[in-house]
Design a protein around this ligand. Structure first.
Ligand code: ZN
Length: 83
């Protein structure tokens, strides 16, 4: 049982090169069902959590956020976004 939240699961992350209607670019885990078509995916790297992946995505697209399905935890990151 891997229910320990401290368990680090490294994952490949990518960002959608097409912005959402809100102007934000969604960050997904490589295997997320909601990740965009291959053509619109920009590979970010192999990270231990989505917060790091989102920070990385922000270097490309300042308005990036985690997908609510695969990066649900990142709601925390969103709260510190600049107004
Ligand atoms: Zn996703």
């Amino acid at each position: 049982m891997l229910k320990n939240s401290n368990y680090i699961q490294m994952c490949h992350y990518c960002v959608n090169s097409i912005a959402q209607e809100t102007g934000e670019h969604e960050v997904h885990k490589e295997d997320c069902k909601h990740s965009p078509n291959m053509v619109f995916k920009k590979y970010l790297g192999y990270f231990s959590n989505c917060s790091i992946a989102i920070e990385e995505a922000k270097k490309i697209y300042p308005k990036s956020k985690g997908c609510k399905y695969c990066c649900g935890v990142t709601m925390l990151v969103e709260t510190k976004k600049l107004v």
